[in-house]
Design a binder for this molecule. Structure first.
Ligand SMILES: Cc1cc2nc3c(=O)[nH]c(=O)nc-3n(C[C@H](O)[C@H](O)[C@H](O)COP(=O)(O)O)c2cc1C
Length: 167
């Protein structure tokens, strides 16, 4: 999976279990109608436990310049400061989990949770969207990256296949 490029997001949740956030790449779209996404969280992690109790989560898809936020919510600085949210600007959303300002946010209500081996697979119905059209932050081969546009390869010139001769 190290060689599979992934868009980087921070999952946030708030509620009875408290406020938590964690960096993820294991998320994807499930269906468009109704808009549904899923995220895979390691069972037993604080974020997985909290989302399952709170039953709401927001996927904050990070822009290219947000590697520090990604590293913060992956726990890199947990030893330095207790609160991963310190210094992070949040957009509070009624009865939904907060969005991180400047991200593409998908605020969800959890509609299903499945345990698969080491991970919980959590499905969320998207209830609100905050959009910021910025190039996304990607993660590949152990590092944060930006995307670039690749030069378009010219289409091959296709010649029609000669039809078999009928005599
Ligand atoms: C780039 C990157 C992607 C990650 N993706 C996931 C993921 O998809 N699911 C997951 O459970 N943890 C993932 N992690 C690890 C969590 O961010 C990390 O374990 C975090 O501390 C969990 O939060 P918690 O300790 O508060 O539960 C990822 C870490 C990094 C650096």
């Amino acid at each position: 999976m190290r060689q599979v490029a992934g868009s980087v997001a921070v999952v946030t949740t708030v509620g009875q279990a408290g406020r938590y956030g964690a960096t993820v790449t294991a998320f994807c779209s499930v269906s468009a109608d109704p808009p549904t996404v899923l995220v895979c969280l390691r069972s037993g992690s604080r974020i997985a436990e909290a989302v399952q109790v709170n039953e709401i989560f927001t996927l904050n898809v990070l822009p290219e310049d947000a590697d520090l936020i990604a590293r913060t919510f992956a726990g890199e600085f947990d030893g330095l400061h207790e609160d991963r949210f310190a210094g992070v600007t949040l957009v509070e959303q009624e009865s939904l989990a907060p969005a991180i300002a400047g991200t593409l946010s998908l605020a969800c209500r959890m509609v299903r949770s499945e345990r698969h081996e080491s991970h919980a697979v959590l499905f969320g119905a998207v209830a609100a969207i905050g959009h910021r059209p910025l190039p996304p932050l990607a993660y590949h081969d152990g590092g944060y990256r930006g995307l670039r546009v690749v030069p378009q390869t010219p289409a091959p010139i296709l010649r029609p296949t000669p039809s078999p001769r009928t005599e």
